[in-house]
Write a protein that binds this ligand. Structure first.
Ligand code: AHR
Length: 636
């Protein structure tokens, strides 16, 4: 039958790299601060645009000057501001300062909370009462911290308490008891359920979602964050490592352009910095893929450019990053890594130079980076940008030049309509097998249009991505890596849609797009094998898309079949060549008859994979594919 799907596990097309399916992390949509970085206090060190953003001083005895933000920028330019408190024998209600958190503070019953603060006092006298409070004023958990040192030196102290109730939007209040003056800084509150229970760590439930995907790599820190709104707000990794209290925050690039707020309150505090990114990658078994600024600001291209003869510090940052990640502990940057608690190397293998940069300006700068990096660290694969547009003259010109420069890997981005994804499942069939490799570094189907607020993470978008990804998998010889973007969005604080994982203060859910990505990653295999119908690739005829891999570790054949049509379709999947298949396999199905279907906080697994046993008759499987379904067959 010409419609039969013929899979030949003996006919290997190419190997598929372990890092093939990865994740793209950027601090957009409150992905880091207010998101995966578990700090619950907003503007903890009073460094935001307005010093008391996020804070409300109150109290029956509050007089002007009792709660004062002071500046010591001559002594500490990274963390200049602190809070000076003058307390006069106050009791509860007399003098306090509350923090609103990032869209409120999520509190969980029975969970511990670590309150910590840097303080300085000349004499003991003021006790600090830390409380989590609900909207009615009810205290959900509290602790008293009695500052121990009284020698006018800054000191860190902490105390832990347990919450008695679950509340979605609580606030944090610090009230002062006793008479005296005290300086406070980095007023911090972390939940006790951070990832791996690390103090000052990452939100456990969000990291778990990533770990569950077993991603091959994690790209960080972005995205446009890398470039900055202008070069002054570009990402500089050296400013994001070392003691957290010394990391100077900057306004988040996503604050400005999309929110148009005159007073920015979306910052990168860098509590999640490059050390933590490498650690996260290691924790979840992913390769680290840092992207560095190449001397160009975000999409302004020629407007914000570092002159070529001033590019050296940017290149040095890239070289030093390799030493930070991989260098022996005796090297200067290897020593910094060791001092941060990781003497063993992180085994960095690749790095991106520039994000969505293009034009001759990019090529000139890239050439200098490449020369320096290849002569010092030839083993590091470099990822080059191909701009923002996967088609058109600009893309062609750049792509041709990058290929002439023998780019290791070229990063292509596409935010397009679902149809574009369906039509582009064959995009890479004609790419040169021998030249530069491709990294599909950012992509997502847009239900309405790029960055439109009404975009949905609906099944129409997710199934189009699943269909498109058969084309990435079939062409793994060319497309070495791929990642959906953006990754996280806070339901009350996003700038970009759609996004793969949505969170609020207490919950997290994966979109249908998340499950598509996860299914590819968990069913990655090791070798791409031949799959055809009537001697042709299966990429859209009757709405069917297909790709197949074998897994040399488990000895299985894995076939992905997507039915993008509204009709049920039955096909014979015939296994030819290779060894005789087992009599029983497994079928995993992600399906919904409604293309508008979505997941949500209240119905987080409306669309999620279902598994069933699959019968193999001889070498053939009769597969009834439901309308709009993503089917994965695993056969021993
Ligand atoms: O993923 C959101 C943004 O889209 C990224 O920051 C940028 O690289 C792209 O334009």
């Amino acid at each position: 039958n010409s419609k039969d799907i013929i899979v030949n596990p003996g006919k290997v097309v190419s190997a598929l790299k372990p890092e093939m399916w990865g994740v793209f992390f950027e601090d957009i949509n409150m992905g880091a601060d207010g998101g995966i970085y578990a700090e619950l206090i907003k503007n903890r060190s009073f460094e935001f645009y307005k010093p008391l953003m996020g804070w409300s001083p109150k109290g029956a005895q509050l007089k002007e000057g009792d709660l004062l933000v002071l500046n010591r920028k001559e002594k500490d330019s990274n963390n200049p501001r602190f809070l000076h408190v003058k307390s006069r024998g106050s009791s509860k209600g007399d003098l306090n300062i509350s923090n609103e958190g990032f869209k409120g503070i999520g509190v969980k019953k029975g969970l511990t909370y670590d309150f910590s603060v840097y303080y300085r006092q000349a004499a003991a006298g003021v006790k600090l009462h830390a409380e989590l409070v609900d909207s009615t004023g009810k205290v959900l958990g509290s602790a008293v911290l009695i500052p121990e040192r009284a020698d006018n030196q800054w000191a860190l102290q902490s105390v832990t308490f347990t919450a008695c109730e679950t509340v979605q939007k609580a606030k944090f209040t610090l009230w002062f008891e006793g008479t005296g003056e005290i300086d406070l800084d980095i007023i911090s509150l972390f939940p006790g359920d951070t990832w791996k229970k690390r103090k000052g760590g990452l939100r456990g439930d969000m990291v778990q979602m990533l770990a569950d995907m077993k991603p091959g790599f994690i790209r960080f820190p972005g995205g446009c964050i890398v470039e900055g709104y202008d070069l002054s707000t570009r990402y500089q990794w050296k400013k994001t490592i070392g003691p957290v209290e010394n990391r100077k925050l900057i306004v988040n690039r996503w604050n400005t352009e999309f929110a148009h707020r005159p007073a920015p309150d979306y910052y990168q505090t860098f509590g999640l910095g490059f050390f933590e990114y490498f650690q996260l990658a290691e924790d979840i078994g992913a390769e680290a893929l840092p992207i560095l600024n190449c001397g160009m600001a975000c999409q302004f291209n020629s407007a914000e450019l570092v002159p070529l003869d001033e590019l050296e510090p940017y290149i040095q940052d890239a070289l030093d990053l390799v030493e930070f990640a991989n260098g022996d502990v005796k090297t200067p940057w290897g020593k910094v890594r060791a001092e941060m608690g990781h003497p063993a190397p992180f085994n960095l293998k690749m790095m991106g130079v520039g994000n969505e940069n293009w034009g001759p300006q990019y090529l000139e700068r890239l050439a200098l980076f490449t020369k320096a990096m290849k002569s010092r660290y030839p083993e590091i694969k470099l990822i080059n940008s191909s701009g923002t547009d996967p088609e058109g003259e600009r893309f062609d010109l750049l792509n041709t030049s990058l290929r002439k420069m023998k780019a290791d890997i070229i990063d292509e981005h596409y935010y397009r309509a679902p149809d574009w994804f369906l039509n582009n499942a064959t995009r890479y069939d004609s790419y040169d097998r021998k030249g530069s490799k491709v990294f599909a570094g950012e992509y997502a189907a847009q239900s309405v249009g790029t960055t439109k607020p009404t975009n949905k993470n609906n099944w129409q978008c997710a199934i189009a991505e699943a269909a498109f990804m058969t084309g990435l998998e079939r062409n793994a010889e060319v497309v070495n890596m791929a990642s959906y973007a953006p990754l996280f969005a806070q339901a009350e604080g996003w700038q970009w849609t759609p996004d793969m994982i949505w969170v609020d203060n207490l919950h997290v859910y994966g979109t249908p797009n998340y499950y598509v990505q996860k299914l590819y990653s968990l069913n990655k295999g090791t070798d791409v094998v031949s799959i055809e119908a009537d001697h042709r690739v299966i990429a859209g005829e009757d709405g069917i898309y297909a790709s197949a891999v074998t897994d040399s570790k488990t000895g299985e054949l894995i076939v992905k079949l997507i039915n993008t049509s509204a009709a049920a379709v039955t096909r014979n999947v015939v296994i030819e060549g290779g060894k005789k298949p087992g009599a029983k396999g497994k079928l995993t199905v992600l399906q919904n008859a409604n293309l508008d279907a979505v997941n949500s906080f209240s119905n987080a697994i409306n669309l999620s994979p279902k598994e069933q046993v699959l019968k193999v008759k001889g070498n053939s499987i009769s597969l009834a594919m439901q309308p709009y379904s993503f089917n994965i067959i695993r056969v021993p």
